[in-house]
Design a protein around this ligand. Sequence first.
Ligand SMILES: [Zn+2]
Length: 498
Amino acid sequence: MNKYFISTAIPYVNASPHIGFALELIQGDVLARYRRLRGDEVFFINGTDENALKNVQAAEKAGVDVQKFVDQHAQKYIKLSEVLNISNNDFIRTTEERHIKGAQKLWSACKAEDIYKKSYKGLYCIGCEEFKTQKDLIEGVCPEHRAKPEEVEEENYFFKLSKYQDELLRLIESDELKITPSSRKNETLEFIRGGLEDFSISRSRERAKNWGISVPEDDSQIMYVWFDALTNYINALGYGDDDARFKEYWEKGYSAHLVGKGITRFHAIYWPAMLLSAGLALPKEIFVHGYVTVDGEKISKSIGNVVDPFRVVEKYGVDPVRYFLLREIPSGEDGDFSYKKLEDRYNGDLANGLGNLVQRTVTLIENNLSGELIYKPDLLEKEIKEKTEELFKKYIGNLDSFLLHEALGKTWELVGYANKYIDDKKPWAVVKSDAQEFLAIMNNTVFILYNIAWMLVPFMPETADKIFTILGANRDAETLENYKFLVQKGDGLFPRLK
Ligand SMILES: [Zn+2]
């Protein structure tokens, strides 16, 4: 059995989760569930980044003690994972003891010559938690946060990133550290070729407002929030406590991170360099997704287009939301959210497509075969078998290439194919004249539907389970030969939206 580790990024808790982060959780969940389906032993984590300065600012603004503030706000993220039916194995908060211990351990494990003290003057964007150079700014402001960075002058510890430039190039070029999609790989390579500069990895206790993780053996300095945050992945695996799980998953297994495009640099450059310095294994793959716009606009409080994922799920149900985000937004690129598009997909793809297919199949078996169909492989038409297998194979290929939207596209191609097959064959008419032919049609239909249910497992786990139940099918069935489907008529899967 292979060990597979997958993480989502850990968001700051200064604001409520938005729809873009919901997408990241769902994408990560698909990858985790898909791997489990393939028989891997999966460890999937989510978490929160609580040591950032912007959390402190948000707490001050709210007039709440910082620890209290992050405690309250972390709950929203824990809740979001539950509401979206995310199958995470752990949730790590960077104010937890196990994280603090691991972050300090990694700092101490870095080669002594890689960390040095230097006085520095620079422009710092609190939104990014990053020093900016003039070329990063547009008209003097950070393009990501549209805010002027503050000028900071102090003596900090620095990390010798420049030393790892050639090694990082080699690792990424060769896909030893794979970045998916390849457009993000090329961007990263271009950035490295432009020259890597050492970066500051601490700040004075004063500027950190006495919040964060202390630098080992220097209490006057607090660790730079990224230097601490990135270690959450291995800390969740027990790095700080020399846990066996860390070795099994991180050193011997396949480890992957899923991140938004804005933080690729931290994960594909800073993080691997830190691990190289500490003599630890690197992640094997970094999946990068794009941003979600709403009605074609960047999500922003000032525009007032912030979509609350809790409310969307409450209104449409978890699987329709998972389906919409995964299907509509290309996995590695930007995509758009709108209620109109969501409702169109709901009525078109879910109610009229999949829901209708399940409903009519069940009704035909219920009304004409007393709800019982014994599956016969020799009744399966060659064309049906080949079409299903072909789409299933492509679906697997798409999942392996982080093209989740395309994998769902293949699933719905099969839904459309099955609906058309029923339309063409007209089993409701055939049953009156040819009982044997009717049986063959239903045999073929159930075969397709059973395969569709399997394809839905990573994407829409509740719906997949409902279809297995409706078909009276056992997920553990070794073979379908002479398998007895006992269909159950229930409520429709996706009642049409008014
Ligand atoms: Zn910024």
